[in-house]
Design a protein around this ligand. Structure first.
Ligand SMILES: Cc1cc2nc3c(=O)[nH]c(=O)nc-3n(C[C@H](O)[C@H](O)[C@H](O)COP(=O)(O)O)c2cc1C
Length: 331
């Protein structure tokens, strides 16, 4: 069975990619993911706030020491504070790029335009073969219109695109009022690939402490359907753009669905966190079983074959699906 795939112009041995999560944040589990057959790995995002927070902690510790011994700060060599929190990410990229033979993709989530560009450059210099821009952002500024927010994202994509000489993928949220209109603009701005979709995490309220508590729930298989629909809609419209599906991928059947809808690669995080990196091998084996029982010889043969259904008249197709779904309910 030929699983060879291409993503962001990079030849991959399989269409399953490890999405950013703690499982891609350690060298040992990265090695296990590679042994399990993934085609590429995306490392956890470097957050600008994380870099800044580490620099502040470092400064505070230095100042705490300086009150005790006058010369204490002299013990520290000249440190570029900006690069302190960065160091861990750089090191992981360097180690992963040296140790793995599959492509290592680095992810960035900046706060300032300069941050996105600077960190993307640093990660590429460390050996990242591509950059994934993690556009996780909850637009809470009541002064900013939808068009303002969309424009700001496009400017960031252009700025990073101009700053690095490796492919750039953009991980987007599904919350755009006209995604079929916006997605091509992201490509126009310089994205080589789109990663659909970012999952949004909603904090909860603790009724005892009245604290807002972070609550991270791993995805469920039904979450696959949203990116599946949008990959199928966009595939015919963006024939030359890499499309990656993320959310709810937990089996070989899910990989097959993603490819049929037109994804170049299918990403997984939650399932690997639940079952361990070795689960990737079982998922690929399930894909191979399904393909051979349906007479496919390569993933290229199935890629995008279902997207065509949605291509001719996507509006009518979506309306028909909506009506079918409503009338399919049985007590
Ligand atoms: C614990 C955890 C950490 C994650 N960290 C990141 C991250 O740093 N950057 C990112 O773009 N996505 C991150 N994600 C999102 C995943 O990469 C993935 O897109 C999302 O979980 C949906 O895929 P899944 O259903 O296979 O989990 C994280 C997910 C989990 C569960």
């Amino acid at each position: 069975m030929n699983l060879e795939s291409t993503y962001l112009g990079l030849p991959l041995r399989s269409p399953l990619v490890a999405s950013p999560s703690p499982a891609t944040g350690r060298l040992d589990s990265l090695v296990e993911l590679e042994a399990a057959g993934v085609g590429a790995v995306v490392l956890p995002s470097l957050f600008e706030e994380e870099v800044e927070a580490e620099a502040i902690t470092f400064l505070e510790r230095m100042e705490a020491g300086s009150g005790v011994f006058g010369e204490a700060t002299d013990y520290f060599p000249d440190v570029d504070l900006d690069h302190l929190g960065l160091e861990r990410h750089i090191l992981l990229v360097e180690e992963a790029a040296t140790r793995l033979s599959v492509p290592v993709i680095a992810s960035v989530n900046g706060r300032s335009a300069g941050g996105w560009v600077r960190y993307a450059r640093d990660l590429v210099a460390a050996g990242a073969r591509a950059i994934e821009l993690n556009m996780y952002d909850v637009a809470v500024d009541a002064e900013a219109s939808g068009a303002d927010v969309e424009r700001a994202y496009l400017d960031l994509v252009s700025a990073v695109r101009a700053a690095v000489d490796v492919p750039v993928a953009v991980k987007l949220s599904p919350y755009f009022s006209s995604f079929a209109h916006y997605a091509p603009q992201v490509v126009e701005a310089g994205a080589d690939g789109l990663v659909l979709f970012n999952r949004f995490y909603q904090p909860d309220l603790d009724l005892e402490t009245l604290d807002v508590t972070p609550r991270l729930e791993l995805s469920r298989p039904g979450e696959l359907r949203l990116p599946l629909r949008w990959i199928a809609i966009l595939r015919p419209r963006l024939p030359d753009t890499s499309l990656a599906l993320t959310s709810g991928v937990a089996s070989g059947a899910d990989i097959a669905k993603g490819l049929l809808a037109g994804a170049d690669v299918v990403m997984t995080a939650s399932e690997v966190l639940r079952q361990g990196p070795g689960r990737a091998a079982a998922m690929l084996e399930e894909l191979v079983q399904w393909m051979s029982s349906h007479d496919y010889e390569s993933v290229d043969q199935l890629r995008g074959s279902v997207a065509q259904h949605a291509a001719e008249n996507p509006g009518a197709y979506e309306r028909a699906q909506y009506q079918r779904v409503l009338s399919s309910w049985r007590r």
